[in-house]
Design a protein around this ligand. Structure first.
Ligand code: CP
Ligand code: NVA
Length: 293
């Protein structure tokens, strides 16, 4: 396993499956252990977070270590200290770093100067930690995802990008229903990824249906344009009916009811969204043990 986790494909397929197994194992064990006793994790966030922050903080504590959250306003970085110096200094004291950044380049710059593992806790390009939890949720309930049809509806955003990378690694069929103007088109260079403008085509006979907000953090200036473009891409009960009868629904959260999902979808019998959110904790505990244990 590489020393940093900036994208899903920093793992090979064996490493990714082993990580999911490890997460399942940890989830079934006693919450509290001392595997990371004496280890310290720094969290540096340029954007808001509920799940990512709390799951890393709680995960470290449950594993016997400690975590400290640093918002950009609290750091000298916010006053102009450069990434190189910040990364060298912080990594000389901590055992790992989680970064949530506006630009993916910031993740690369930090990791280039860090002497400890850097974990991407979301960037404009990707959200690999989220996909670990999604995969864990799928494997937990249904077993291997190999050969399955997974449907993504809506914006081809950071979470979608990480799914596309996972499809390549784990050999599942990933269908993305997205309006043309927001589709990556030919620029996309992954196996097993199918782009369509048709929700029907993407969702039909799928094993898992998933989506995310139409306006990600940083896209707010485009909000009204996006809301218009995505208005026919809402996942609702009728759309889910087109999937396999035992299909499940996931959403990374936060969700906007009445936009990308219908009012009651999160509590539909096919939704596993709140288990998925809890699985952020279990998946990342496995990642932390692997990277800094
Ligand atoms: N899904 C996710 O990353 O949530 P937060 O933005 O709350 O961390
Ligand atoms: N695509 C969303 C994910 C939030 C967890 C965003 O970047 O805002």
């Amino acid at each position: 396993m590489k020393s940093h986790f900036l994208d899903i494909n920093d793992l090979n397929s064996n490493e990714l499956e082993n990580l999911i197994d490890k997460a399942l194992d940890l989830k079934g064990k006693s919450k509290i252990s001392n595997i990371l006793q004496g280890k310290f994790l720094g969290l540096i966030f340029e954007k808001s977070s509920t799940r990512t922050r709390i799951s890393f903080e709680v995960g470290m504590t449950q594993l016997g270590g400690k975590a400290s959250f640093l918002s950009i306003q609290d750091l000298q970085l916010g006053r102009g200290e450069i990434i190189e110096d910040t990364s060298k200094v912080i990594s000389s004291m901590v055992d790992g770093l989680v970064l949530r950044t506006i630009e993916h380049q910031t993740q690369l710059d930090f990791s280039n100067h860090s002497s400890v593992p850097v974990i991407n806790g979301l960037s404009n390009k990707s959200h690999p930690c989220q996909i670990l939890a999604d995969l864990l949720t799928y494997y937990e309930e249904k077993g291997s995802i190999k050969g399955k049809k997974i449907a993504w509806c809506g914006d081809f955003n950071n979470v979608c990008y990480s799914y596309a990378q996972a499809a390549d690694l784990l050999d599942f069929e990933f269908w993305v229903a997205c309006p043309k103007e927001f589709s990556p088109g030919d620029s996309l260079d992954f196996n097993n990824v199918n782009l369509t403008t048709s929700m029907q085509e993407a969702v039909e006979d799928s094993d898992l249906v998933t989506t995310d907000v139409w306006v990600s953090m940083g896209d707010e200036n485009d909000a009204s344009k996006r809301e218009k473009a995505f208005k026919d891409y809402q996942v609702n009960e009728d759309i889910l009916d087109k999937a396999k009868s035992d299909a499940i629904f996931l959403h990374c959260l936060p969700a906007i009811r009445g936009q990308e999902i219908s009012e009651n979808l999160l509590t539909d019998s096919r939704s596993r969204v709140f288990r998925q959110a809890e699985n952020r904790l279990h998946a990342q505990k496995a990642l932390l043990v692997e990277l800094i244990g």
